[in-house]
Ligand binder design. Structure first.
Ligand SMILES: Cc1ncc(COP(=O)(O)O)c(C=O)c1O
Length: 371
């Protein structure tokens, strides 16, 4: 049906048929709002949301009361900032530690706070020669943002060890983990990580756009950041009683269709993760081309490179004209590009739909374009 070779899973996953079918079934046969009313359809939807939440909670080793549905990872990462800055323990002298592995979505909200004088400073964790976060020099901070896997380098960080080092410097450090890419390739155990917040995007794991996952460790006691329908049990002019967790975190109508798809996507991902032998194979083949400089390791979850004498945007257009989709540009991760000394890269990332035939087609197109 589709002649395109899509090797841009890290930008957005293609949707398994089962996800599409589940969403269709929901829209055609079960659709209603959740948590509003008592009719049979609402009950079906409430149960569905509960089931998916439970499934996601099991998937990351959380309790279902700690799993909040958001719009995407960016929404989750921005919400975390809004949540933290409205808690009684927050103050403007906070120091936030980030790293050059971060996506713009993970780090910009903190720079914005600093720029507006709402926190004292954004400082950086050092990276070692392999571009991993240096555990023995983790700085003391009030907030630590950890990118569990860079969307350019595709290497899993040792989050538990990083968090443990940070907590030795400050036992009260608030840890925010961006697991958007990590979750595609690795199992997550939020308890083992000892993190306060963990963020993911549904569309990167085969669900639809418009749904994300936010794990909030202390969901019970923290003040919510959003107010409105669905999250309040009783209200008068002066006071209110909020719903219990996790509903107190979910003001407004949820992305119900996408949540339905997310449950199926998680099941699919557990059955089949992207086959990284394809990345190794393409790595070995591209290594033979002297004009290609590979910036990622052979064991990475993605393959990023630059081409001697060719701009990555030109390369992207040329492979695109040959029916191949890969990502080119700065991947919304300017900082790591700066460290690598390049403006942009080509990034190849595979999903469960990719085969050796796709990899061979890519290699032959690259070798035709880059002689
Ligand atoms: C590591 C990482 N964090 C955050 C994001 C933002 O995800 P979204 O655009 O789904 O909000 C991305 C997207 O590429 C990412 O790779």
């Amino acid at each position: 049906m589709n002649e395109i070779v899509y090797m841009d899973a890290a930008a957005s996953f293609l949707k398994p048929k089962s996800v599409i079918n589940a969403e269709m079934d929901f829209l055609c046969c079960h659709y209603a709002n959740a948590g509003r009313g008592v009719c049979a359809r609402v009950a079906w939807v409430d149960n569905m949301v509960r089931d998916v939440r439970r499934m996601v909670a099991n998937f990351i080793n959380a309790h279902e009361s700690q799993v909040v549905f958001t719009a995407n990872a960016t929404d989750g990462l921005n919400r975390v900032v809004n949540i933290i800055t409205r808690q009684p323990f927050y103050n403007k002298s906070f120091v936030c530690a980030v790293s050059d592995l971060d996506h713009h979505s993970a780090r910009m909200p903190w720079h914005d706070l600093a720029r507006r004088g709402q926190i004292a400073q954004v400082i950086k964790c050092d990276l070692d020669d392999n571009f991993d976060i240096k555990i023995d020099s983790i700085p003391r901070a009030d907030v630590l943002v950890v990118t569990a896997m860079s969307n350019v380098l595709g290497v899993a960080q040792d989050v538990a060890a990083i968090v443990s080092a940070a907590r030795k410097k400050n036992p009260n450090v608030i840890v925010v983990v961006d697991a958007t890419q990590y979750v595609v390739h690795e199992n997550i155990d939020v308890c083992a990580w000892n993190a306060d917040f963990v963020v993911m995007s549904g569309h990167k794991i085969g669900a639809d756009t418009g749904v994300g996952i936010l794990y909030i460790r202390d969901s019970q006691n923290l003040e919510p950041d959003k107010f409105g329908g669905g999250m309040v049990a009783r209200i008068d002019d002066k006071k209110w009683v909020l719903q219990d967790v996790p509903e107190k975190w979910e003001a407004g109508t949820l992305p119900l269709t996408q949540i339905r798809g997310l449950g199926v996507a998680v099941e699919e991902l557990k059955k089949s993760r992207p086959d990284l032998r394809l990345i190794k194979y393409m790595y070995d083949e591209l290594k033979k081309n002297p004009r290609i400089k590979i910036l990622t390791g052979r064991d990475a979850a993605m393959l990023s490179f630059v081409i001697d004498g060719m701009h990555v945007l030109d390369f992207g257009s040329l492979v695109g004209a040959n029916g191949i989709c890969v990502r080119v540009g700065n991947m919304c991760a300017s900082w790591i590009h700066r460290i690598l000394g390049v403006d942009g890269t080509v990034r190849v990332s595979v999903g469960p739909w990719n085969t050796g035939v796709d990899a061979d087609k890519f290699i032959s197109v690259v070798n035709k374009i880059v002689k």
